[in-house]
Structures are given as C-alpha cells and as structure tokens.
Design a protein around this ligand. Structure first.
Ligand SMILES: Nc1ncnc2c1ncn2[C@@H]1O[C@H](COP(=O)(O)OP(=O)(O)OP(=O)(O)O)[C@@H](O)[C@H]1O
Ligand SMILES: [Mg+2]
Length: 327
C-alpha cells in the first residue's frame, strides 16, 4: 500500500539476533511505507519483532543483532548503507525515536536543558541557536516556564514532565519520521493520554510521519490511519485501521482484536491474549508460522507459507479467506 508521498520506505527488512551460536530471525522481510504527516501503528504480541524493526530502522540494534537484508529509505537514501558519521547525522535530525520510559533516554546526571542543547549541537546547530531552540522546544511540548525546566535534573521533574522533555529532545530537530515505542505496562493512563495527544498535535503541526508501536487498541483507533500487524517477525496483515478493526482478514488479527471493537476515548482495550504461545524462533513451524495456533487452518497452512498479498484494500498473508472461516 503506497501513500501519496512516502517519506520512509522499508523494503524486505531482515534482522537476526545471535543467540546460542546461531542467528535467530527476529525481523523477517518487513516492508511498509509512511507518508509525511501520516500516522501508522505497529501492533502484535510481545516478542513479535516490533522493537527490533524500529531499532533496525534507527541503526540502534543491540550488539547481538544485525540487519542481513533489505533497505530503509528515508527521503530516498538508504539508512542501512550509511557510515557511522552519516547515520548519527540522520538520526535525530531526520528520524527520531521516543522511548516511553523516559529514564532510559535521559542522563540522570545532566540538567535537561543541557541534554537538549547537546542533541542539537551534535547536529551542528551553533550554541546560541541551540539554547534558544531548546527553550522553544521545551515550550512547544507544553512545559510551563521552560527556563526553570531547562535548569532541572531529571529526578526533579515529574514522570509526565520527563516524558515531555524526551519528546522535546526528539522533535527539536524537526525529524521527518518519529517512532514511539510504548512499553507494555503503560505508566499513568492520564499521562499517556496527554503524551499521545501532544505527539499527535506535533505530527499535524510539523507534518511528521509517525510510527506508533503499541499494545493498546484505543491508541491505534485514536491516531493511526493504517495498522501493521506483526507475528513472529513478519507483517501478516496491514490496512486502514477502521477497516481492519471492523473486518480483520487474518485469524491472528481477529484473535488479537477479539470481538471487542476498540472504543474511542478513555477506555483503553489492550490486545487480547490468544491461545498457545508464540513460536520458538530457533524452530519456526513449516508453512504459515501461525498455523499451530490458528483456529482456521487447513492442510495447506502447514506446508506453504502464504505471502503478504492484496485482499480488498488490505494486505494479508493467509490461505483461508474470511468467508471460509469457521466460527
Ligand atoms: N538483545 C536480545 N538478544 C536476544 N534476543 C532478543 C534481544 N532482544 C530481543 N530479542 C528477541 O527478538 C524477538 C523480537 O523482540 P522485540 O523486542 O522486537 O519484540 P516486541 O514485538 O517489541 O515485543 P514487546 O511487545 O514485548 O515489546 C523476541 O523473540 C526477543 O526475544
Ligand atoms: Mg518492544
């Protein structure tokens, strides 16, 4: 599915993790694109490869992991082919990530203003400009009295304030693409809602593309125009979020959604648990990797792996059309 003006194009991304002397596939041929100003969501069970996909795109994989194939084109340039220096220039300036546990992103020993300044300076913003842009960025994320906040250490701020500082750091350079990786255990729900509202507003104001990784279907319904559903390192379904919620075409998506359509507003339904366990990456099942857990499986499913193909307006990787599902 091509947007009108893709700013980020991921094609056949494959990432492995070295574990016990072998390479385990954690991202298996992920392809998608995002347009300027568009918001998409990445959903899937724990361990399905969402964070590994994001970290691959950012060039921030842990030491044990590496990308083995594919491309991540950002305004036409392949991020995966950049050297260390070029990558550091692109990261932050063109593609940025917010971790929703702000303490992992902030240095506890440094005043927060100095941290934002340092980020800007790393992208060759002159120091005077960096200072004024820091105060501007802190103001833009709704922190009152930015001068005072800038002088504070992370521990002197509330959880919500720290999250706003982290967002200010991420958007200070006006990146074209912003990735948010939400922890499974949401912090305070009210704070999360505020952060979501703020990031969405910044997306609209600056025309950033937004990739939101979440377990929370309320979040998806509220902000994402399109959803990608991941299972065992692959995208198994993608489509417009409204259509996908109303009419999932993949049994895995249907399982995650259950029968509850996500409510808008402050009810925040999470992905449902589905029966069985995610597959062992060291011994992926033959055929469709979901077939051992799938209530709709037919003989072919254990023999041949379905490709992600158009079905209506969606892309789906499944042999069994929805009208042949058994209830
Ligand atoms: N540092 C690591 N070393 C070895 N395996 C890892 C490492 N980090 C992640 N993995 C494995 O990679 C796979 C994908 O993990 P990933 O963190 O991308 O999942 P996720 O979809 O983000 O899950 P969650 O919703 O829990 O955040 C999992 O099987 C995980 O166990
Ligand atoms: Mg994750």
């Amino acid at each position: 599915m091509k947007g009108p003006d893709p700013v980020l194009e991921v094609a056949n991304l494959q990432t492995v993790v070295r574990s016990g002397g072998r390479d385990l596939p954690v991202v298996r041929g992920v392809s998608f694109d995002v347009s300027a100003g568009e918001a998409i969501a990445l959903v899937g069970e724990s361990g399905s490869g969402k964070s590994m996909t994001a970290l691959s795109m950012m060039g921030l994989l842990p030491a044990a992991a590496r990308v083995t194939e594919g491309s991540v084109r950002l305004s036409g340039r392949d991020v995966l082919r950049l050297d260390g220096l070029e990558l550091r220039r692109v990261r932050g300036a063109e593609i940025a990530m917010i971790y929703q546990e702000p303490m992992t992103a902030l240095n506890p020993l440094m005043r927060v203003g100095a941290q934002v300044v340092e980020g800007l300076r790393a992208h060759a913003v002159p120091s005077g400009d960096a200072r004024s842009r820091t105060l501007e960025a802190l103001g833009e994320v709704g922190l009152p009295r930015p001068e005072r906040i800038a002088r504070s250490y992370p521990h002197e701020l509330s959880g919500g304030q720290r999250q706003r500082v982290m967002i200010a750091m991420a958007v200070a350079m006006r990146p074209k693409v912003l990735i948010a990786d939400e922890p499974t255990t949401a912090l305070d729900v009210t704070i999360q809602q505020q952060v979501l509202g703020l990031v969405d507003e910044l997306r609209q104001r600056h025309g950033m593309a937004l990739i939101w990784i979440t377990h929370d279907l309320g979040v998806v319904a509220r902000i994402a125009e399109r959803v990608l559903v991941m299972y065992a390192g692959r995208v198994v379904e993608s489509g417009r979020s409204g259509d996908l919620f109303r009419r999932p075409e993949h049994p895995y998506t249907a399982g995650l959604l259950g029968s509850i359509p996500p409510a808008l507003g402050d009810k925040r339904p999470a992905l449902l648990q589905i029966g069985g366990a995610p597959p062992d990456l060291a011994a992926l099942p033959a055929g469709c990797t979901f077939h051992p857990r799938c209530p709709q499986r037919v003989a072919k499913c254990s023999q041949q792996d379905p490709a992600l193909e158009p079905r209506g307006d969606d892309l789906v990787a499944c042999w069994v059309p929805r009208d042949r599902w058994v209830s």
